[in-house]
Design a protein around this ligand. Structure first.
Ligand code: KE4
Length: 423
């Protein structure tokens, strides 16, 4: 069936024809590609067209699609049952791997999405501290829990306003939204609200405004600010966990958060999330403590099997090699953009990257928002036509996998040259 027909059918019975908004191509226009199958660094749509994939299901597919060992682990586990709603040995195996990989994590609770992980982290921070206010950063996305779908009010350290209809303003104002990388604004907010502050939650390397690295000292400032006012520091490493290292950004920088949120890669492409942290905090979670949280499919044995297979393969991989391939891709694109004389910035951290059409350095959501999203959309379509599948929105990250080859990079750069010629 034609993709357009599929999309028309889907839109009749699924809002926007998709089960997650970014998939609808609203930011770039056109009909979203319905994917039939994927292997390695390639995805194939229902009309048989193949693309080099830089979305990787928004991060999980760091080994590439349908890795044989991951598929085998899923098949083997599924043959013994798909869900029991009871404890299993394999959940210990997953928790052990996370505890061993993250020095800041002494205990882990598995959930079924990154949203559940961050939602639980916020509730646990509020329960542990007895305080209600939280700080997040503009442009950082932590899933769609009410307290985290909040945007900045006027001014840089003011009470939040709902980021979506359906969120009570009285709840939203408990969230203070601050520009990313703005330590001064954090200090101002802490001086005003510090004794009411339960936590600061941050993507240590932002991926959801496009990739934006922390300024040197920014995360250290957050650690110091939370220590001073007795609130918790939460690292949302749903994207960065096991992406930038076999562990997290925290392993590379030596900063110790109180709680860490994970997802994506630890499920090997199956529904997963995890919350980890210090024992004295984690033990406040039911059933050992009063902070309630639960999930029918939490720690699902199939997801655990896919995740453990992925982590065990990752442990033997070289992240510097993956990062070097991403560096070659970004350097090659930069050369082509310079030759074309198009203003651009490429932010890259490890194997995460984002191309912005702007001459300004992109250091927060305000500067990211100055980029030319219409030009990005045209570039996206040019790359898609040339067989390269980038993130269908400006304010997202691009992901490389261990399945990408030098030939894929060369083909991507050739596609980039072709796409630029159409701009
Ligand atoms: P999920 O609930 O989508 O599993 O995770 C939420 C989440 C939490 N924290 C970070 C840093 C995240 O990036 C995400 C989800 N990322 C988006 C992409 N920006 C997932 C793609 C989508 O929403 O369809």
């Amino acid at each position: 069936m034609e993709m357009q027909e599929l999309f028309d059918q889907a839109r009749q019975i699924i809002p926007g024809g998709v089960n997650s908004p970014v998939r609808a191509f609203r930011a770039v226009g056109g009909t979203p590609r319905f994917i039939r199958e994927a292997a390695g660094a390639k995805i194939i749509d229902t009309e048989g067209r193949e693309y080099i994939d830089y979305v990787a299901s928004w991060g999980p597919m760091i080994l590439g699609h349908s890795h044989p060992d991951v598929v085998a682990a899923i098949r083997e586990a599924a043959g013994r049952g798909t869900s029991y709603g009871a404890p299993t040995e394999i959940e210990i195996g997953m928790a052990r791997r996370i505890v061993d990989a993250f020095p800041s994590v002494e205990m882990v609770r598995m959930v079924s999405s990154g949203t559940e992980a961050t939602m639980t982290a916020i509730r646990l921070a509020r329960g542990f501290t007895g305080r209600d206010r939280i700080i997040k950063f503009s442009g950082c996305y932590h899933g769609h829990a009410d307290s985290l779908l909040v945007k900045a009010g006027s001014g840089v350290a003011t009470l939040g306003i709902p980021g979506s209809p359906g969120i009570p303003p009285r709840l939203a104002e408990l969230t203070i939204s601050i520009p990313f990388n703005d330590s001064g604004a954090v200090g101002e907010a802490v001086s005003r609200f510090g004794d009411e502050l339960a936590c600061i939650i941050v993507e240590p390397v932002a991926g959801n405004m496009g990739v934006v690295p922390p300024r040197p000292g920014f995360l250290e400032d957050l650690r110091e600010a939370t220590r001073q006012c007795g609130s918790l520091l939460i690292f949302d490493e749903v994207i960065t966990g096991f992406r930038l290292a076999y562990g997290g950004w925290q392993n590379l920088t030596g900063i110790t958060p109180d709680l860490t949120c994970l997802g994506k890669i630890i499920g090997g492409g199956l529904p997963v999330g995890a919350l980890g942290g210090r024992r004295e905090i984690m033990e406040r979670l039911a059933p050992t403590g009063p902070v309630y949280q639960a999930g029918t499919l939490s720690g699902n044995p199939i997801a655990m099997s896919a995740g453990i297979a992925t982590l065990d393969i990752l442990r033997g991989k070289s992240y510097p090699t993956l990062d070097a391939m991403a560096a070659r891709l970004c350097a090659g694109m930069a050369d082509l953009f310079r030759e074309k004389g198009i203003p651009f910035r490429i932010n890259r951290v490890g194997s995460l990257f984002t191309l912005f059409f702007t001459a300004e350095e992109v250091v927060d959501f305000a500067t990211a928002s100055q980029s030319d999203t219409e030009l990005f959309a045209r570039f996206f379509q040019g790359m898609l036509a040339a067989g390269v599948y980038l993130a269908p929105a400006q304010f997202e990250a691009g992901f490389l996998s261990f399945a990408h080859t030098d030939e894929d990079i060369a083909r991507t750069l050739a596609a980039c040259e072709k796409a630029l010629s159409t701009l």
